[in-house]
Design a protein around this ligand. Sequence first.
Ligand SMILES: NC(=O)N[C@@H](CC(=O)O)C(=O)O
Ligand SMILES: [Zn+2]
Ligand SMILES: [Zn+2]
Length: 426
Amino acid sequence: MKTLIKNGYIVTKDNKLNQVDIWLEDSKIKAIGQLEKEGIDFDEVIDAKAGLITPGLVDVHVHFREPGFEYKETIETGSASAAKGGFTTVCAMPNLNPVPDTKEKLKDINERIEKDSSVKILQYAPITKELNSEELVDFKALKEEKAFAFTNDGVGVQTAGVMYQAMKEAANIDMAIVAHTEDESLLFGGVMHKGEVSEKLGLPGIMSATESSQIARDVLLAKETGVHYHVCHVSTKESVEVIRQAKKHGVHVTCEVCPHHLIMKDTDITEDNGRFKMNPPLRASDDQQALIDGLLDGTIDCIATDHAPHSHEEKNQSMLHSPFGIIGSETAFQLMYTHFVKTGRFTLEQVVNWMTKVPSEIFGLETGTLNIGSQADMAIFDLQKQVEIPEEFVSKSNNTPFIGEQVIGETIYTFVDGKVVWHRGE
Ligand SMILES: NC(=O)N[C@@H](CC(=O)O)C(=O)O
Ligand SMILES: [Zn+2]
Ligand SMILES: [Zn+2]
């Protein structure tokens, strides 16, 4: 089957927009250029409507809740939500029930993925059994069952000794340790960033050191073990500085930042409502600036959503009782485009790279670029039309503080292996 995508634009290395057509054949990209006028006989022609064609977005941090919490999300709805956002490869966290801490349990998830997913899902395995910082999993066995990397996301690894052993095991088999960094002994029941706003709302605060002190511990252990250590959802200026220094000292450390931490800060929390509650919390404006600077100077490698669906009942209550987490797959690109590209703070090329090429490179994935001969994983975005973030999502959940915001950058098409997995209704 020969498909022509005509009338699209790609962003070049020097941030220019180039009009191109793309020829897809047998799930791969066959050619990129001025193809429409060549008189080739295509089976199908798709009009990109002068939209931006990017490599399929890559998200190394999502929660799809299956098995165990299917009322929040499933592999089917989570992958459809990712497809709507332009994502073609997503890496799913293991805070599930049961936790995929054995080969059998991981195999069960991989079979569900095979059956139900519309995008490529790479499943993480946990670092410890039941995510409880005690007994390590069998790293080799889980690697054999296609674990993407090892992480206890949702909780930090609480003891240095366990983290050290885990890093040694992972380094031995050339796999990454991906860390949600949170020292629970420094949590003191906090539900939002500790500062003036938490005081005003009378809510217990989470200090920045709860996150950054564990990163400091871990980069030293990563140096000791030589492991690839990736930090999830970096949120504080101290974390950025620790990672910057670690990189200078040759530690193999990479990290991600979430759109919500780049866009919002604790002063945007106008009331005690669970929709503003996520882990790590929205921080102060100097933290936000440090995250932006960190991306620009390469300390922060990539953007990931931490798509964390929860039900309306769970989120529609005080921050004291609501679970942590907001969804992100369907809004990530348009929020980044609207807040940073339209305002001239990041170039389009930077944002696209941080959501495609860089996450692929740091984890050695063969995705994230539009190359002739590579699998046709792509997205097309409408950069002209302004839309309002709706209350209804393709995701089962709608827990995001961005509902009602006007954004630009709607997904027109998403392709996985040359097949349309999302198409905007006209
Ligand atoms: N980010 C969150 O606030 N919540 C995540 C867990 C996590 O990413 O730490 C979840 O699983 O709901
Ligand atoms: Zn986390
Ligand atoms: Zn997470």
